[in-house]
Design a protein around this ligand. Structure first.
Ligand code: GLY
Length: 359
């Protein structure tokens, strides 16, 4: 459900409010240039102070309307750790933060994931407001209440479902986004094209973000804790996560190449999933072609990076959190994207072969 922002200046048409309607409570995602100026109005009435969690490189200022302290966590995926959660919680304790106060997370997925998890555990649950400053954060990571950190054993292995009080997708904050960050966000946008969001190209940026948020809000509302349907939000992610785990992620210093940003890995993963779906007779060539067109249209890679070893990727994919034993993928088909279990490894190898970069 969406509408214009209550109290928004009628002369500024491009502010859209999307509601995430949950069983226990709902919250609003405000999308548009400058929406972060409305944060103070969403801070809980009893809050006496706030902790803003961000990174030095973000440079986006917010005013929660109550006295606040600012915690800057390090840049990069390495900051998504239990050590950072401890740092944030200790900073909050030193700042005399109580459960009735509020955390404001300002940044990309690393910030909203780690600050959200710290908030979910501090005093057994403190409110968090998300201000995603990347396209990827605005269309995916900051919405839906998944928080978490990595362990040396794997990504996002510790976390919680902790829904934000509100989300401010301020499109002004995207203005200084580097090109590869745009491309990465487009990887998640490409995913929505196959979850029922059509013709994003013809829309303004604000409408594009809002349409993706609407799609995610509807899916999250139907399955908040990922008992089933919410898994489709991971369309394209099984191979993407395997590529990241195998060292092809952009932030992995030991990566043999400059490395894939998350959304770029999702782009390859979407084409792979479509190849697999076609091999299984779930979709025909035109639909496969549409996957390639949409992904390539965003300037995203459609084939495996050089040096990617199929056997290693299959091993990582079989460990995916969505797997119920055996190989599980989100695959397109006559009923749309859905989880498909027990996929035969030889088909997976065949689909990987079809997206080899050296063909
Ligand atoms: N990013 C996938 C989800 O929120 O479920």
């Amino acid at each position: 459900m969406s509408g214009s922002v209550p109290g928004a200046d009628p002369g500024v048409p491009e502010q859209i409010c999307v509601r995430v309607e949950l069983a226990t409570r709902g919250y609003e995602v405000l999308v548009g240039p400058g929406v972060r100026s409305e944060i103070a109005g969403r801070v809980p009435k009893g809050a006496r102070r706030a902790t803003v969690v961000t990174q030095a490189s973000i440079g986006v200022e917010v005013d929660p309307g109550v006295p606040f302290q600012v915690m800057r966590i390090p840049d990069g995926e390495r900051a998504k750790s239990l050590a950072t959660v401890e740092e944030i919680c200790r900073f909050m304790a030193r700042g005399d933060m109580h459960r009735s106060d509020v955390v404001v997370a300002v940044g990309g997925g690393v910030v909203t994931d780690v600050a959200g998890y710290a908030a979910s555990s501090y005093h057994r649950g403190t409110a968090v407001i998300n201000v995603p400053t990347t396209l990827l954060g605005q269309v995916d990571a900051a919405i839906g209440g998944k928080t978490g950190v990595n362990l040396p054993e794997g990504k996002n292995l510790v976390g919680s479902f902790w829904q934000p009080l509100a989300v401010f997708c301020d499109t002004e904050t995207l203005q200084s986004l580097p090109e590869r960050e745009w491309r990465s966000g487009h990887g998640e946008m490409a995913k929505y094209a196959f979850l029922g969001v059509d013709d994003l190209d013809s829309l303004s940026l604000v409408e594009q973000v809002a349409r993706c948020v609407e799609c995610k809000a509807e899916i999250v509302a139907s399955d908040e804790r990922e008992g089933g349907r919410r898994m489709i939000l991971n369309y394209g992610h099984t191979l993407a996560h395997a590529l990241e785990a195998a060292g092809f992620a952009g932030e992995d210093a030991s990566s043999p190449l400059p490395g894939l940003r998350h959304g770029e890995a999702v782009g390859v993963g979407l084409v792979f999933a479509a190849e697999l779906a076609q091999l299984m007779g779930r979709i025909g060539p035109p639909r496969l072609e549409r996957h390639r067109r949409v992904v390539a249209g965003y300037g995203l890679p459609v084939s495996l990076p050089a040096g990617a070893d199929p056997a290693t990727l299959v091993r990582f994919m079989s460990r995916d959190k969505k797997s119920a034993g055996g190989l599980t993928f989100m695959l397109d088909g006559p009923a749309g994207v859905e989880p498909v279990h027990e996929v035969r490894p030889e088909l997976v190898h065949e689909a990987l072969d079809a997206i080899r970069g050296d063909r």
